[in-house]
Design a protein around this ligand. Structure first.
Ligand code: DQA
Length: 142
């Protein structure tokens, strides 16, 4: 099983940004945790980050034929990017939406995801463990 993990805008700032919400780990720390878990699960993955909507869309398009599952933390694009939503729908690769924070318990605007309806499901609120849980969910996909 090969998984593409896509991280959206500002996630390169983890470890610096709003630590009380997102924790002290950097994105690189999270990638290392995912790597350790992937070894245990016998899974292969690529881990990318972009602050640019179009680049995220290009990466989703390029995933066709290369990956069995996409795990995506779209950052703030979660709440308004119909373009990323359409890209996920277009490629027909089972996609799992994840968030570090519980987006349903924060500001009103965060509780709506325009991407979740085209995903298999959403995992949020578990900090970096949201990534690990998503790896397990990807492994369990048929
Ligand atoms: C986030 C939640 C989003 O609302 C926010 O814009 C982020 C991070 C999360 O992982 O909790 O950038 O996706």
């Amino acid at each position: 099983k090969k998984v593409l993990i896509v991280n959206g805008p500002n996630l390169n700032m983890l470890g610096i940004r709003e630590k009380s919400v997102y924790g002290a780990e950097t994105l690189q720390d999270i990638a290392q945790k995912v790597s350790d878990e992937a070894k245990i699960l016998g899974m292969d993955f690529d881990f990318i980050q972009s602050n640019h909507e179009g680049e995220i869309i290009d990466k989703i398009h390029d995933a066709r034929g290369k990956y069995d599952t996409i795990i995506i933390n779209p950052g703030a694009y979660t709440h308004y990017s119909y373009a990323i939503r359409d890209a996920v729908k277009a490629v027909e690769i089972p996609t799992i939406e994840i968030h570090l924070s519980n987006i349903h318990g924060r500001e009103e605007f965060r509780s709506k995801s325009v991407i979740a309806p085209v995903c298999v499901g959403q995992i949020c609120g578990f900090g970096s463990k949201s990534y690990i849980l998503a790896m397990h969910a990807a492994k369990m996909q048929d």
